[in-house]
Write a protein that binds this ligand. Structure first.
Ligand SMILES: [Zn+2]
Length: 426
């Protein structure tokens, strides 16, 4: 007897099947009966592995408007505003805000998050708060925490020692922000030392890298070199890489093979990047998203990250990775059916690979974690930012939502409308 059987759902690859879950794991993917404590009818609906966000800031989320809003909309004012906020916020407030966000994430089927945690604070209250949140949500959300010296590993006088302290306290990943150091040379040196720290401690690396419109911001080159030198292939992620949008094409033709050789993955954050970049441009205005399709064509694993929700950098957001992929699809012009389907894969399997998640996916032996969506296939899920009808984490149903149908009162027209394309033929 199974704990849960999901009947007749359509998997992202188009296969229609039943899924059996027992003791927190997927134990069967085949035609099954109804011998389970709970049977869920998913006929006509998409059954996907959970959504994954490889780039977020859980210590800042839900703080929008405190103590003021970001008037210029730039990264630099956001960093200054965050500095004001972290002086006045408490550990308890940070925990409460982050837990509320995790509730939103659970309801959206977002069950793994890599969050950067600011380590530029002598009290390290944000680090303690996020460690507490990681513990409280561990049964339903896999939370990875990055030690992130927001004000610069060298630029902030105590960032180096506080980042090492934060790693000693149990953060999972080494972070950094080379383009915010005082000079290009300091930025490159920070990349080198942060990679050495990760190599010594056996940890992954995830840097905010070249999040600028300056085409000469080339810290990704140093990161690729260090990943090779220290044998960190497969453990290094570069977030943002927006300067690549503005780089000279000849230089990029040298750079992309170096990134691929170094086994570095990339996470652009399209909601934030389209909002923040190009603010110093008149017209034409640059999009400020990195070269996604071009990296993929070189075999580089690229995901989509959310980065921010209701914080000093971004005033919107709902923990919906379909929103993130929808924006990325537009800005990167990934409009072919193959590219659109790839965008869905980026916020599921590709992001999971970037985070190094084990036992992820829809196969026998994987965690019993999945999402049932009010859509026929991944492209329709993107088009509709479809409702999450049911979210299951490690064998437990943790959220249910209604379909997005609406009642119409138009003479001569149907009294109920669905915006699913296939509904015309129902
Ligand atoms: Zn970020």
């Amino acid at each position: 007897m199974f704990d849960i059987i999901i009947k007749g759902g359509t998997l992202p690859d188009g296969q229609t099947t039943d899924i059996g879950i027992k003791d927190g794991r997927i134990t069967a993917i085949e035609s099954l009966g109804t011998d389970a404590r709970e049977v869920i009818d998913a006929a006509g609906d998409l059954v996907s592995p959970p959504f994954v966000d490889p780039h977020f800031h859980l210590d800042a989320t839900q703080s929008y408007g405190t103590p003021r809003i970001n008037a210029s909309g730039t990264l630099l004012e956001g960093i200054a505003l965050w500095g004001e906020l972290k002086d006045i916020t408490t550990e308890e407030e940070m925990i409460a805000r982050a837990l509320t966000y995790c509730d939103w994430a659970a309801s959206m089927g977002l069950l793994a998050i890599r969050s950067h945690v600011d380590t530029c604070d002598d009290s390290l209250k944000g680090v303690r708060a996020m460690l507490e949140v990681r513990e409280q949500v561990k049964d339903y959300i896999d939370l990875q925490l990055v030690a992130f010296p927001q004000d610069g590993f060298y630029r902030d006088p105590t960032a180096r020692q506080n980042t090492l302290r934060a790693l000693d306290m149990g953060l999972d990943v080494v972070g950094g922000i080379p383009h915010f150091e005082r000079t290009m040379a300091d930025g490159a040196a920070s990349v080198r030392e942060l990679c050495e720290i990760a190599a010594e401690r056996g940890l992954p690396v995830d840097l905010h890298c070249d999040e600028t419109d300056d085409p000469l911001s080339r810290h990704i080159e140093t990161l690729a070199c260090e990943a090779q030198r220290l044998g960190l292939q497969g453990r290094v992620n570069a977030s943002h890489l927006t300067s690549m949008h503005s780089m000279d094409n000849y230089y990029v033709s040298k750079l992309l093979p170096l990134i691929a050789e170094a086994g570095i993955t990339a996470v652009p954050n399209p909601l934030i990047n389209i909002m923040i970049q190009g603010r110093h441009d008149s017209f034409p205005k640059r999009r400020g998203l990195t070269r996604v399709k071009e990296m993929q064509a070189h075999g580089i694993t690229v995901g989509w990250g959310q980065d921010c929700v209701l914080d000093p950098w971004y005033s919107l957001g709902t923990a919906d990775m379909l929103d993130v992929a929808f924006m990325g699809l537009h800005v990167a012009q990934m409009s072919s059916p193959e590219d659109m389907a790839r965008c869905f894969d980026m916020v599921t399997h590709q992001n999971a690979a970037i985070m190094g998640l084990t036992d992820y996916g829809l196969h026998v032996g994987a965690h019993g974690s999945l999402v049932i969506l009010d859509a026929a296939n991944p492209i329709e899920a993107l088009r509709l930012r479809a409702a999450r009808l049911c979210v299951i984490s490690k064998g437990r149903i943790i959220s249910r939502s209604a379909r997005m149908d609406a009642d119409l009162t138009l003479p001569g027209r149907p009294d109920r409308v669905r915006r699913r394309h296939q509904s015309m033929h129902d």
